[in-house]
Design a protein around this ligand. Structure first.
Ligand SMILES: [Zn+2]
Ligand SMILES: [Zn+2]
Length: 174
């Protein structure tokens, strides 16, 4: 069995959170992480204590269901309820944030957003660049992590090891 990357591990957990979602127009899950530790999780659902979309139907405005609090917002709120600091954290979300959730993430101090599936809002990428907030698809995140690991490996080769390889080459060419 191949070992999953950290990014995929947390995204898999976000997908698990998504399975608790109660608005079948779109199921989304989110996980907030810092230093490889989960700080909170969320999924989209109704206001606490109110019936769910899948029980009483949606609350439609235009082509959106507005009954639910989105996964990213719920993850931020769960941290707030528990008094967990999320400044400097990464949020993993199964779908890229809507404009409102993006704004919440930015002002909650989230510094990196990793999403699995792209969801309609293009503006967030431009604004993220402006803010210096990293936003990546899971594929991009994994690619960058692999590249960083490869760089770290070359740096770890001891100087003596490099010298002896060089010496072998010199001998071979002579
Ligand atoms: Zn709904
Ligand atoms: Zn949202």
């Amino acid at each position: 069995m191949t070992r999953v990357s950290w990014d995929r591990y947390f995204m898999n957990i976000a997908h698990e959170a998504k399975r608790r979602s109660t608005c079948d127009r779109k199921h989304v899950g989110a996980v907030i992480v810092r230093d490889r530790m989960i700080l909170s999780t969320g999924y989209n659902g109704s206001i606490r204590g109110l019936p769910h979309c899948n029980e009483i139907g949606h609350m439609m405005e235009g082509d959106h269901c507005v009954a639910t609090i989105h996964a990213e917002a719920n993850a931020i709120l769960q941290a707030a309820r528990n008094g967990v600091r999320i400044d400097g954290a990464t949020i993993y979300t199964t779908a890229s944030p809507c404009w409102n959730c993006f704004k919440l993430c930015a002002n909650a101090g989230i510094v990196r957003i990793v999403y699995d599936e792209f969801y309609r809002e293009e503006r967030i990428f431009r604004v993220a660049r402006q803010l210096g907030l990293a936003i990546q698809s899971l594929e991009q995140a994994e690619r960058e992590a692999r590249r960083a690991a490869a760089v770290a490996r070359t740096k770890r080769v001891p100087a003596a090891g490099r010298l002896s390889r060089g010496a072998r080459r010199t001998r071979g060419s002579a």
